[in-house]
Design a protein around this ligand. Structure first.
Ligand code: KG4
Ligand code: ZN
Length: 352
């Protein structure tokens, strides 16, 4: 089974060709191309949806074409405008098309969904609609076979959600953020600190030099009995803290450490409590914030402290932030094609 996967939920335009041979345990990524409009959003301090959609229109055809050409041309840099060869590969080598249908920004999603529908109709290929959030978790199963049951934590710029996966078909949402997502908290507070967008990676880097700090911020809802999170209050707490202070480099680094500590502590504590309650052996992390090398360290420390033995899975770094290979991986593992005219963009899609 060889799949062309397309991802356009936000500011990344991704296309990938993935393959699962017979009963192979792992998925091969034959190509994975991502174009990003991040530089434009850095100038506006965040994403303006119309700008993101406009860039999607610009990138979609060359990105798909490049992914198709690369899937047949290891090592060579193809001419991404060689649409004739790309069409031939799609026609002859691809079994199905997978597409992110939500959640995400409506304008961005529409570009990918309408393109995928057109290709599905024109080339007569089955079309598999994929939930972007579930795909973030399934990014782990590109190189490692899935092991159910597991506790899944999605941590991205738009989402913080905890899901119990009993099996592929049987999963349950246990809780999520009541307001800002954890990545959003990093980005918004980063802006207060004068860091560029997206701030998560720089906060992680600076936190390494601020670890001797005595500054502590609250870990919201850390002792609540549910599995909810809340990060918008941290913005107010940090903004009050820095009022009338001279934000030196050293102080900024210390704030970054304290902020990361407050967020990662609550993510680890609640996920580990859920894993213990539901008696699973694996915790699976996914989403842009799982690109952090520090986050799994918090999990390992808390697991050890609680005297538990739980395994933590994190996707390979290239599959943590938005990409199409994870969309392909999900479609391979949960192959459910729909007739193209039944596939529609669903910006508010949750867990179905
Ligand atoms: O999954 P993603 O690429 O896009 C969404 O679907 O939202 O996630 C982007 C988020 C941003 O908020 C960014 O600040 C955060 O991931 N991020 C990080 C790190 N790298 C990216 N947050 C903390 N530490 C990192 N190293
Ligand atoms: Zn995402």
């Amino acid at each position: 089974m060889r799949i062309l996967a397309i991802e356009t939920s936000c500011d990344e335009t991704g296309a990938s060709v993935v393959e699962k041979k017979g009963d192979a345990q792992t998925i091969q990524v034959l190509s994975n191309v991502t174009a990003t409009s991040l530089a434009i959003h850095a100038t506006t301090g965040g994403i303006i949806p119309e700008n993101a959609a406009r860039e999607q229109v610009k990138y979609i055809i060359p990105v798909i074409s490049e992914a198709l050409l690369k899937s047949e041309n290891f090592g060579k840099i193809p001419d991404k405008w060689d649409l004739e060869t790309a069409n031939k590969i799609l026609k002859e080598k691809i079994d199905a098309i997978a597409i992110t249908y939500g959640p995400g920004l409506i304008g961005s999603l529409l570009v990918g969904v309408e393109t995928a529908k057109t290709l599905s109709f024109t080339f007569n290929k089955p079309l598999i609609p994929v939930n972007h959030l579930l795909a973030h978790l399934f990014a782990n199963f590109i190189h490692t076979p899935p092991s159910f049951p597991f506790m899944g934590l999605i941590v991205s710029g738009g989402h913080t959600d905890l899901l119990f996966f009993e099996s592929l078909k049987n999963y349950r949402w246990l809780g999520g953020t009541r307001d800002d997502a954890c990545g959003e908290a990093f980005d918004k507070i980063g802006r207060l600190l004068g860091l560029s967008y997206p701030a998560g990676p720089e906060i992680e880097k600076r936190a390494k030099d601020g670890s001797s700090t005595k500054i502590r911020f609250h870990s919201p809802l850390i002792d609540s009995h549910d599995f909810d999170f809340s990060f918008s209050g941290l913005k107010t707490e940090v903004s009050r803290f820095i009022e009338a202070k001279n934000l030196t480099k050293a102080l900024t680094n210390e704030i970054c450490y304290a902020l990361q500590d407050a967020i990662f502590k609550v993510l680890a504590k609640k996920t580990i409590r859920a894993a213990n309650l539901y008696k699973v052996n694996h915790i699976v992390l996914g989403g842009g914030v799982s690109a952090s090398k520090t986050l799994p360290e918090y999990f390992k420390y808390s697991i050890k402290k609680a005297g538990l033995s739980l395994k933590i899975l994190v996707p390979n770094r290239e599959f943590t932030t938005d990409n199409a290979a994870m969309i392909g991986a999900y479609a391979v593992l949960d192959y459910k094609p729909l007739n193209w005219h039944r596939v529609t963009a669903s910006p508010d899609l949750y867990f179905v």
